[in-house]
Ligand binder design. Sequence first.
Ligand code: NAP
Length: 254
Amino acid sequence: MSTMREKKNLEGKVALVTGGSRGIGRAIALRLAEEGADVAINYQASKEHAEEVSDAINSMGRRSCIVQANVNDFEQVIKMRDEVVKELGKIDILVNNAGITRDKSFVKMTPEMWSEVISVNLDGAFYCSKAVIDGMIERKYGRIVNISSVIGRMGNFGQANYSASKAGLIGLTKTLAKEFASKGITVNVVAPGFVGTEMVKAIPKDILDKIISQIPLGRLGEPSEVAGAVAYLVSEDGEYITGQIIDVNGGYYI
Ligand code: NAP
């Protein structure tokens, strides 16, 4: 994790990180708080983990709240938005990070496995963006970062659903970037490669070893390295960047 800086460039800003309880989302939430933002932590099931992240943010002197919602349920997302606005006043930064995998070769992939992944990873980002956009338009300021994946860029055996959802996020991002640039809202993608979280721990060791051997930088990424790219995009330094993809993958996809 990077060290505390003198200048808090996100001071006064409020961020909502979906799936902020664990893994990459947790690292993003902590990093945005470190940069000075107040941060709402969305989770689906891991309340204790969400509380731990929220407590850590409070101990940095930032405001924080936890908010349970399945991002693939629009009513729950609207309720989440309302709770965050009530607790923290507004939402300036949305990080659509919540995501799942349900891997199977295409022949064995069921329609349910397809729909489940598309609904969390892609519908979820649509619903959350929809829920926050009016407030951002009103304040003429917004930052949306969608967490895609190298798999959305390359495809991968056994991940038709996941790859389609993550490629879909790229199309969504580019369109929203064009629709909302004139409103002071930037929309970008961070596309991680393989990062050492629960999601990647689910990959069998022999397959993971093979993947690592194909990563030019020779190792998995750290959640904090993905968080760094998000922090850059939502910072003052990133304000002229919209509709772009930042790949954080150790050179796995060049
Ligand atoms: P993770 O460790 O499995 O954590 C997933 C997070 O998403 C958890 O906080 C989980 O909440 C939340 N979540 C899952 N379903 C949800 C739902 N329906 N509504 C709300 N929250 C939900 O995953 P990760 O590795 O940190 O991945 C985070 C994001 O990065 C995902 O979009 C993933 O596709 C992407 N990504 C990851 C990698 C990687 O190598 N790890 C690579 C590329 C992209 P609970 O804790 O409550 O379950």
